[in-house]
Design a protein around this ligand. Structure first.
Ligand code: MD3
Ligand code: FE
Length: 208
C-alpha cells in the first residue's frame, strides 16, 4: 500500500510539510546519520574558484555531490576515496511518502551548518534529469531559507525551516534559485553541540 501525505503549503512545485517528523523520528534519523558519517566523514568543500564553503558535506547513495578545484560534480566515491554508504531505509521511506514515486533517489547529500555557516543563492543543476523533485529534510537548528524563481533576478521569498520540516521541490521550483541566509545557532537541542543538518534527496540520472 502506498501512503502519501498532503502538504500544508503548496506554491507552484514547492511543497512544505512543517513538522512532518516527530521528535522521536528526528532522533532516529540523527542516529542513522551517525552511521553515514562514520563511513563517510564530513569534508569542508572548496568551490572551483577556490573559496572554502562554510557548510560541511558528505553523502549517501550511489553518487555523492562534491566540489573541489576541478569543479562541481557527482562522484561514485567520497573525496577521500571510500564508497558512499547506502541511503538509510528511514530516509527512503520518507521519500516514498512525500513523492509517491516508484523511482528512488541516487543521492542523499548531507549538509552540516555549524555556527555562522550559510549557503549562497544557487541553482541545483548538476543532475541529468530535472523532471524528478528534490526532497529536503531539516534537522537541528532553524534556518532562514530563501527561494526565488528560475531567473537569478526574480524576486525571492524567505521562510524559516525548523527541525522535522520536509520540503519537496518539484515542477517550476526544481530549477529555482535558493539558499540559506542564516541559521539560529543553538535554537534546537536535537544535536548535542547544536548546528543544523539538511538532507537533500536527488535523482541524478547522468545517463549511466
Ligand atoms: C530548491 N541545500 O544542498 S534545502 C543544497 O538547507 C541546498 O542545506 C539547502 O540548497 C540546505 O543544494 C536548501 C532546500 C532545497 C534543496 C534543493 C533545492 C531547495 C531547492 C533544489 C531546487 C530548488
Ligand atoms: Fe541547492
Amino acid at each position: 500500500m502506498r501512503v502519501r501525505v498532503e502538504p500544508e503549503l503548496r506554491i507552484g512545485g514547492f511543497e512544505v510539510y512543517p513538522g512532518l517528523l516527530s521528535p522521536s523520528e528526528q532522533v532516529a534519523l540523527v542516529e542513522d546519520l551517525r552511521q553515514v558519517v562514520a563511513a563517510a566523514p564530513f569534508v569542508s568543500p572548496v568551490t572551483p574558484g577556490g573559496r572554502p564553503m562554510s557548510v560541511r558535506m558528505t553523502a549517501a547513495g550511489r553518487l555523492g555531490w562534491i566540489t573541489d578545484r576541478h569543479g562541481y560534480r557527482y562522484s561514485p566515491v567520497h573525496p577521500q576515496g571510500m564508497a558512499w554508504p547506502p541511503i538509510p531505509p528511514r530516509v527512503l521511506s520518507l521519500w516514498d511518502k512525500v513523492t509517491g514515486l516508484d523511482r528512488r533517489p541516487d543521492c542523499c547529500l548531507v549538509n552540516f551548518y555549524g555556527e555562522g555557516a550559510r549557503m549562497g543563492l544557487h541553482q541545483d543543476r548538476d543532475e541529468g534529469d530535472f523532471t524528478f523533485p528534490v526532497v529536503s529534510i531539516s534537522l537541528g537548528d532553524s534556518a532562514l531559507f530563501r527561494m526565488g524563481g528560475t531567473d537569478r533576478k526574480d524576486p525571492t521569498r524567505s521562510l524559516w525551516l525548523s527541525s522535522g520540516d520536509v520540503v519537496v521541490l518539484g515542477g517550476a521550483a526544481r530549477l529555482a534559485w535558493h539558499g540559506i541566509d542564516r541559521v539560529r545557532h543553538g535554537s534546537s537541542s536535537l544535536l548535542p553541540q547544536a548546528g543544523r543538518i539538511n538532507l537533500t534527496l536527488r535523482v541524478v540520472d547522468l545517463g549511466d
